[in-house]
Design a protein around this ligand. Structure first.
Ligand code: HEM
Length: 168
């Protein structure tokens, strides 16, 4: 599962503790199927809605993002589109790596370490997760089991990222 990280990760010392959330085989199946459907389209254009939602609910968070400070947050903003692609690459990597969840956790831990350096408060991870699931749901109209499965996967990502932030 090497595609998930091309940004200098792999150095975490995150041990064996961390998120206790477990994905069932059914969760994994629902996530894989829905992700395949999401990918079968324009991930970036659909993914922009994650950030539209995030900034709608938390407009003050724009100040953290270079792409939002330098230009309008819309589909014409190249840096915004590049950011969305980066974020969804991580999400896709987490989906592809679900059967090696320890590696996913390490990558998310390192993501948290890097986010500490961006100066973002960890409280935003919750609303970013809600915004991610909003963007998936907007396109796919997720049923409740699929939504719950994504919430569980995101809670692993969130909890490891927060551990990385706390340790950085
Ligand atoms: C699981 C959720 C998240 C994922 C997958 C994610 C992913 C990424 C990725 C891939 C990058 C590119 C640089 C790098 O890899 O370090 C990045 C940058 C960044 N992220 Fe996140 N992120 C998440 C949550 C958040 C949250 C909650 C915030 C809070 C506001 C945030 C703020 C930022 C900022 C400020 C940057 C730098 C971008 C810039 O300077 O314009 N991210 N993120």
């Amino acid at each position: 599962m090497t595609t998930i990280c091309n940004m200098g990760c792999g150095s975490s010392q995150n041990g064996t503790t961390g998120s206790e959330t477990m994905l069932t085989k059914q969760d994994e199946e629902l996530i894989r199927t829905s992700w395949a459907e999401f990918k079968n389209g324009d991930v970036v254009m659909d993914g922009l809605h994650m950030y539209y939602r995030f900034f709608e609910t938390n407009p003050e968070a724009k100040e953290f993002f270079g792409f939002a400070k330098e230009g309008e947050v819309n589909a014409e903003n190249n840096k915004f589109r590049a950011h969305v692609k980066n974020v969804f690459d991580i999400v896709g990597g987490a989906v592809d790596g679900m059967d090696n969840i320890t590696e996913v956790k390490e990558i998310c831990y390192d993501l948290g370490v890097r986010h500490k350096a961006y100066g973002v408060p960890s409280k935003y991870f919750k609303v970013v997760g809600n915004s991610l699931i909003y963007a998936l749901d907007r396109k796919l109209h997720l049923d409740s089991n699929t939504k719950k499965a994504w919430v569980r996967l995101y809670s692993i990502i969130e909890s490891e990222a927060k551990r990385g932030m706390a340790a950085a």
